[in-house]
Design a protein around this ligand. Structure first.
Ligand code: IPE
Ligand code: IPE
Ligand code: MG
Length: 255
């Protein structure tokens, strides 16, 4: 199998899961797994860019992750800050446009919010890959926030009607296109409150690889699987003659 360059998914979203298990398998603390995830992320960014993916959205910290032990939460906040500090210039040099989706509430340290805004500003005019980092992100919170904005806009006379485009325009990043391919690592097969609106018609690929072992080649394999799918978007579609298979049990029949 090889990736068909004409049918690369425009928007790939990834649930980067399995850092803790990766570390535990090596007798290490969970935080070592988060650290090891950094090179997986950069290899994936590079791979996505080389394959022609336009938008890559990664789940870095969920609204539910605040339930983790305080030391791990503290580590993740600091680690994400240090990653941005160390690697924003590199992303900029790669012509990557960085954006954040999530709630910028009081639990997110002001220093991190400032750095997020600086990185978004630095890379704003880049026209390569758009890397969205979902941080303090929860899809239910995003829809609640969008609903609140609908109410506010209706009260202020800025809303004509409530329809799909009115909701989409009030999500964290209204420019974000629909997700074509959603990948989750680590063998778990669930959404965990990620992109419920945007992934309405995404193809899902679940891989057993733990996130720190993921890379650009693994992404290419996920895209190959994506390219074997037939997306229907609710339409009716007959199987082409050359792809039809006999019904199960056919051929077993005895005379
Ligand atoms: C994903 O890895 C990273 C975050 C959720 C921040 P986990 O930390 O969830 O790793 P596992 O699932 O416990 O192995
Ligand atoms: C989802 O992973 C969140 C991120 C990858 C940031 P979790 O590990 O938090 O999800 P659950 O708890 O297994 O569903
Ligand atoms: Mg996990």
């Amino acid at each position: 199998m090889v990736v068909d360059p004409a049918r690369v998914p425009g928007h790939v979203a990834i649930i980067m899961d399995g850092n803790g298990r990766w570390a535990n398998q090596r007798g290490l603390k969970r935080n070592a797994g988060h650290e090891a995830g950094e090179q997986a992320l950069f290899s994936t960014v590079e791979g996505a860019d080389a394959l022609g993916v336009r938008d890559l959205t990664v789940y870095a910290f969920s609204t539910e992750n605040w339930k983790r032990p305080v030391e791990e939460v503290r580590f993740l906040l600091g680690f994400n800050e240090s990653l941005l500090r160390r690697r924003a210039d590199e992303l900029h040099d790669r012509n990557v446009r960085v954006r954040f989706i999530g709630r910028r509430d009081r639990r997110v340290p002001a220093r991190l919010v400032r750095l997020i805004e600086q990185t978004e500003g630095l890379t704003r005019d880049n026209d390569g890959l758009t890397l969205r980092i979902a941080f303090n992100y929860g899809a239910q919170a995003e829809l609640v926030d969008a609903a609140q904005r609908l109410v506010d806009d209706a009260r202020a006379g800025r809303l004509e009607q409530v329809d799909e485009s009115a909701v989409a325009a009030r999500l964290y990043d209204p420019e974000m296109p629909a997700v074509d391919l959603l990948v989750r690592t680590s063998g778990e097969q669930r959404i965990s409150n990620y992109l419920l609106w945007q992934a309405a018609y995404a193809e899902m690929v679940f891989v057993d690889t733990l996130w720190p072992d993921f890379n650009g080649d693994e992404l290419a394999r996920c895209i190959e699987l994506y390219q074997q799918r037939h997306r229907r978007f609710g339409t009716a579609m007959d199987t082409p003659m050359d792809r039809r298979e006999p019904p199960p049990g056919d051929g077993d029949a005895t005379t």
